[in-house]
Design a protein around this ligand. Structure first.
Ligand code: HEC
Ligand code: HEC
Ligand code: HEC
Ligand code: HEC
Ligand code: HEC
Length: 185
């Protein structure tokens, strides 16, 4: 009888040890391994430096068209205005001139803020209410190096995209419309 009791309490201690080791492994997978597996890093075609372009205004490159739509990232024609040949010594400018301008190829930028296809977003609506760019985007003005672009392997979307709750919180605070159909058409 005594022997048996000893045996069973020994195995329940062992059971607890096994349980907690499994638990810790599961936590590590959930917190450390899974997020790093979930995202893959993609490299931007060129390291664009906003800081090197401080002589231009934001609107020189990011403007509204007469019909109210937003131009977004400027096309190669804009870059050609100044970079038909190389101005400085940097490797990134060499790639711009040799790989894109000389070959007349558009630059396939990765857009950190891109939303899933079922979301409707309009810059004009926010411009009208003077919502500053940095409220929704990273602060690019003094940036010399583009941040890593992290893509969710399951959805294909950028990690940096704004989440629904962030849109809704501001809409609620500024009494803007929060009907589903405003953002999902
Ligand atoms: C010479 C042209 C040029 C000027 C001037 C310029 N930008 Fe840009 N901007 C770009 C290019 C090219 C990209 C794409 C690379 C990147 O993400 O930085 C970009 C990207 C951005 C993005 C990121 C979009 C995203 O989510 O990927 C924001 C925000 C932005 N610019 C804001 C600004 C602001 C604010 C200013 C003024 C302080 C400005 N830009 C001036 C060319 C320009
Ligand atoms: C109004 C003129 C102008 C326009 C338009 C312009 N750039 Fe520039 N860019 C400059 C100047 C000036 C420099 C700084 C040159 C130097 O001293 O190295 C520069 C530097 C650069 C560099 C090198 C930055 C570094 O040191 O790493 C890259 C890359 C670049 N530009 C890309 C672009 C791209 C892409 C576009 C189009 C979206 C563009 N530029 C549009 C004037 C311009
Ligand atoms: C209320 C939030 C918000 C504000 C304010 C805002 N943006 Fe955006 N921006 C976004 C979202 C969301 C996207 C992605 C849109 C999409 O997926 O179609 C985006 C996309 C962009 C892009 C990439 C577009 C493309 O397809 O090439 C640029 C460049 C940009 N924004 C610049 C700016 C600048 C400059 C300002 C300030 C004048 C600004 N944004 C203000 C939310 C915002
Ligand atoms: C920092 C505050 C803020 C954030 C963040 C924000 N919005 Fe807005 N949004 C506004 C304001 C203010 C208006 C203007 C409401 C009005 O005109 O009465 C607006 C208007 C809109 C409209 C036009 C509504 C209409 O009645 O036509 C759309 C669409 C929209 N937002 C989508 C989005 C999406 C999608 C996001 C997230 C990616 C977002 N917004 C994030 C403040 C914000
Ligand atoms: C102010 C803008 C806005 C409003 C209002 C809004 N959504 Fe969204 N919704 C988004 C954005 C942005 C995303 C994509 C980013 C994300 O997944 O968080 C999204 C994603 C979703 C998704 C995809 C699943 C997910 O979480 O990724 C569903 C489902 C959805 N919304 C349903 C709704 C419903 C139902 C309503 C009304 C109760 C609603 N949304 C109202 C902006 C909005």
């Amino acid at each position: 009888m005594k022997e048996e009791q000893k045996h069973s309490s020994g195995s329940s201690v062992l059971g607890l040890v096994i349980f907690f080791s499994g638990f810790i492994v599961a936590l590590a997978v959930g917190w450390i391994v899974f997020p790093s597996l979930l995202f893959s890093e993609r490299i931007q075609p060129i390291n664009f430096s906003h800081a090197a372009h401080q002589d231009s205004t934001c609107e020189d490159c990011h403007a509204f068209r007469p019909d109210g739509t937003y131009t977004g990232i400027p096309q190669l024609d804009k870059c050609k205005e100044c970079h038909e040949s190389q101005l400085g010594q940097s490797e990134s400018e060499r790639i711009l001139v040799e790989e894109y301008i000389a070959k007349d190829r558009e630059i396939p930028w990765l857009v950190y803020a891109y939303q899933p296809d079922n979301v409707f977003f309009s810059h004009a609506a926010h411009k009208a209410k003077n919502v500053p760019c940095v409220r929704c985007h990273r602060d690019v003005a003094k940036e010399q190096k583009l941040p890593a672009y992290r893509e969710n392997r399951l959805t294909g979307y950028s990690e940096g995209t704004m989440k629904m709750i962030e849109c809704e919180e501001c809409h609620a605070a500024q009494s803007a419309n929060n009907d589903c159909g405003i953002c999902h058409k």
